[in-house]
Design a protein around this ligand. Structure first.
Ligand SMILES: [Ca+2]
Ligand SMILES: [Ca+2]
Ligand SMILES: [Ca+2]
Ligand SMILES: [Ca+2]
Length: 252
C-alpha cells in the first residue's frame, strides 16, 4: 500500500514537471531558432518563422542584440532605422510598444507618430486623449515625459544650484515662447516653457547676446538660476510636444 501511494506521488510530480516545462517552452519559444524569441519577434516586427527577416545574411537575433534593425537590409542601426516610414525610429517603436513594421499599429487610419503627437494611444482605437506629463528628478538631473503610461523620452538636464534651487512640487506649463529674454540674467532662453507663475521655465541651454551658448557640459550638474536647462535639440522636441496646461512634477 505505501508503495502504491509513493508511485501515485511520483506520477503526480512527473505530470507537474512536464506541465511546467511545456509552459516554460511556450514562453521562451524561438520557432525559427534565430536567437530572438517568438514574443520578441512581435516586438521587433520580424517574422517568427524566418530567421533572417530582411534577408541580409544576418540573423534577426544577432541584429537585434547588436543594435541593428532586423528589418533593414543595409545594416542600419535601430536608433536611425524607420522601417515603416512613420517618422518614429525602430528604437522609439520598441520603447513605445508600437510595431516597427506597421506605421499604423492599431489600424485606425492614423499613423503611430500622428497619434503620439496629438496625444492619442497608438496601441488602441480608443479616441480618448491620453494625459501628457513631464517629470523632473533633481537628484538624478533627468527629465522624462510621458503620454499616459507611455514613456516618450528621458533626457539629462541642469536644475538650480544650491543657492537658487528649482522649486519642487506639482505645476503646469503656463506659457511657451520659442525664444524668451531674461532681463535679470541678460540672456536668451530658447524654447521656453514657463511654470510656477512664469518665474521659472524649462528651456534650452541659455544663449548670450553674442550667440555663445552656455556649455553642454553643464548638463547633469545643478548650476542654473532655478530653471530646468535642456540640451540642444532635446528642448525643441519637448517644446513641440508640450501643450499649455501639461502637468509638470518636480521631485528632489
Ligand atoms: Ca525567433
Ligand atoms: Ca537580417
Ligand atoms: Ca517607424
Ligand atoms: Ca493608429
Amino acid at each position: 500500500m505505501p508503495y502504491r501511494f509513493l508511485y501515485v506521488i511520483f506520477l503526480m510530480c512527473v505530470v507537474c514537471f512536464g506541465t511546467t516545462l511545456s509552459v516554460y517552452a511556450r514562453t521562451v519559444q524561438d520557432s525559427d531558432e534565430d536567437g530572438l524569441q517568438d514574443h520578441d519577434e512581435i516586438k521587433y516586427g520580424t517574422d517568427k518563422n524566418n530567421s533572417d527577416s530582411d534577408g541580409d545574411g544576418y540573423r534577426d537575433g544577432i541584429e537585434a542584440r547588436n543594435g541593428y534593425s532586423p528589418l533593414s537590409k543595409k545594416g542600419v542601426r535601430l536608433r536611425v532605422a524607420d522601417s515603416d516610414h512613420d517618422g518614429l525610429t525602430d528604437e522609439e517603436e520598441l520603447l513605445f510598444g508600437t510595431d516597427p513594421a506597421n506605421a499604423d499599429t492599431d489600424e485606425d487610419g492614423f499613423s503611430d507618430r500622428k497619434e503620439l503627437e496629438k496625444g492619442y494611444n497608438p496601441l488602441s482605437t480608443d479616441r480618448k486623449k491620453l494625459k501628457k506629463r513631464i517629470e523632473v528628478d533633481i537628484s538624478e538631473q533627468r527629465l522624462t515625459y510621458y503620454l499616459g503610461d507611455i514613456t516618450i523620452r528621458s533626457t539629462q538636464v541642469s536644475t538650480g544650484k544650491q543657492s537658487t534651487p528649482t522649486p519642487v512640487g506639482e505645476f503646469a506649463i503656463m506659457n511657451k515662447s520659442p525664444r524668451a529674454w531674461s532681463r535679470i540674467a541678460k540672456l536668451w532662453m530658447p524654447y521656453w516653457m514657463g511654470f510656477a507663475g512664469g518665474k521659472y521655465g524649462l528651456h534650452e541651454l541659455p544663449e548670450w547676446p553674442g550667440g555663445k551658448k552656455e556649455g553642454a557640459n553643464h548638463l547633469g550638474i545643478p548650476v542654473s538660476g532655478g530653471c530646468v536647462r535642456l540640451g540642444i535639440g532635446e528642448a525643441k522636441k519637448i517644446y513641440d510636444w508640450t501643450s499649455i496646461g501639461t502637468k509638470l512634477i518636480i521631485r528632489k
